[in-house]
Ligand binder design. Structure first.
Ligand code: AMP
Ligand code: MG
Length: 395
């Protein structure tokens, strides 16, 4: 069996980023991956400017109870003139500091007396001045290639004057779901049939990371049907993701079909839920076969498919946020696989959903995180355990 790290390393080393780019206006760039470094065409701030509403002063002229005439008024978006000796300038947040002023006094530290002011607190050089270029400067790389564009990055691009961004084209992911027992929600169930939930879960997971989903639907458990589905998928996608049919049972045809059409590695990853992970290639498409059990499919997607697809999308490697927390449960039984248990935090402790079956989707819908328990490790209430917030797997 492979460790999770070994399996992930093998996957990532085979992930070649898409190299086709397109230009998008900022309003359409949310969630996309920047293709080339973004270089600013301006400096921000463009000039030294005031961080406060107040008065621009020369520090050396300050004296307690001295009355200063106000020689000019500078709102944001206007340039002042040389600060006349012995005077102060009324100034507002964001307005350029006038030449010869060396500090801003906030208006709360001033007393207005007619058209003069008294400054009640001695100013220090540079007080409340935001320096030109202190955020970033003309010519500076402000976003690296491979950055995922969220609200903050798009805002930064706008601040730098970029109206359009060069992004990587979306990754096309074909999906299909093996299993004679599967029916679509809305259809009537026959005896022994179940609704296909992986289709809904995986489609949502793929959309969340910005993939275009080509949905080939349910595929019966026959070799012919599996081969046809794989051929269709190869013709339309960069990556094929499937669920089910990757075990070695008589009803599992993915392995045989892939071996005929391309090449396949079957990995046993030492994890629970999960374990079987199929990775291969047909023609120009990568293939990822996830387990059929809904919780296993979800966890394997998050730990393997997601970082693989993000690397294929040209995204810079991310990291998983985890932290330790006290276990609010006992788990005397342990196994030889690392285990991910559906959990929540209550009163500063991780508590577990009672049914940890890899088929029980209610556990995932309830959970806010996964407790990550190493192999061969019994847990006693109060022990420190590793906790992975689901948000860090889904954001
Ligand atoms: P398999 O990997 O095909 O042996 O499937 C393992 C288990 O997951 C079986 O109980 C299947 O019925 C179930 N399963 C497989 N595919 C799906 C799916 N798309 N939605 C819900 N359950 C599934
Ligand atoms: Mg099956």
């Amino acid at each position: 069996m492979l460790s999770i790290e070994e399996a992930l390393q093998k996957l990532l080393s085979a992930a070649h980023p898409v190299d086709t780019h397109e230009w998008l206006p900022l309003a359409l760039a949310q969630g996309r991956i920047l293709a080339t470094p973004l270089v600013s065409r301006v400096s921000v701030p463009p000039l030294d400017n005031s961080a406060m509403d107040g008065y621009a002063v020369r520090c050396s002229e300050w004296a307690k109870d001295h009355l200063f005439p106000v020689s000019q008024r500078i709102p944001a978006g206007r340039l002042g003139t040389d600060l006349a000796p012995g005077s102060v300038a009324r100034i507002f947040t964001g307005a350029p500091v006038p030449p010869n002023a060396d500090a801003i006094v906030m208006q709360e530290d001033c007393v207005v007396e007619g058209d003069h002011i008294r400054i009640t607190r001695q100013p220090g050089l540079g007080d409340h001045i935001r320096r030109a270029s202190e955020d970033f400067a003309t010519g500076q790389v402000i976003l690296s290639a491979g950055t995922r564009l969220g609200p903050a990055q798009i805002g930064l691009a706008a601040a730098a004057g970029a109206a359009i961004l060069q992004v990587i084209r979306p990754l096309k992911v074909a999906v299909f779901f093996t299993g004679d027992e599967l029916k679509a929600p809305g259809e009537a169930l026959g005896p022994g049939q179940i609704y296909n939930s992986n289709r809904a879960t995986l489609t949502a997971l793929l959309h969340q990371i910005g993939c275009l989903v080509v949905d080939l639907g349910d595929v019966p458990d026959t070799l012919d049907a599996t081969i046809t589905a794989l051929q269709q998928a190869t013709a339309s996608a960069d990556v094929i993701v499937t669920s089910g049919g990757v075990s070695v049972g008589e009803e599992d045809h993915v392995k045989a079909a892939l071996t005929q059409l391309g090449r396949l590695d079957m990995w046993k990853v030492a994890m629970k839920p999960g374990k079987p992970l199929a990775f291969g290639r047909i023609g120009e498409a990568d293939f990822l076969g996830l387990p059929g059990n809904p919780v296993s499919a979800f966890v394997v997607f998050c730990l393997f498919a997601r970082p693989f697809l993000q690397a294929r999308m040209g995204m810079l490697p991310g990291h998983l946020t985890t932290f330790t927390i006290a276990a609010g449960f006992d788990k005397p039984k342990f196994g030889n696989r690392r285990e991910f248990m559906r959990a929540r935090i209550e009163n500063g402790q991780a508590i577990l959903y009672p049914n940890q079956s890899s088929g029980a989707l209610s556990s995932l819908a309830w959970a806010e995180g996964l407790v990550d328990i190493p192999a061969e490790t019994p847990i006693k209430c109060g022990d420190r355990v590793q906790y992975i917030p689901l948000a860090s797997l889904l954001s």
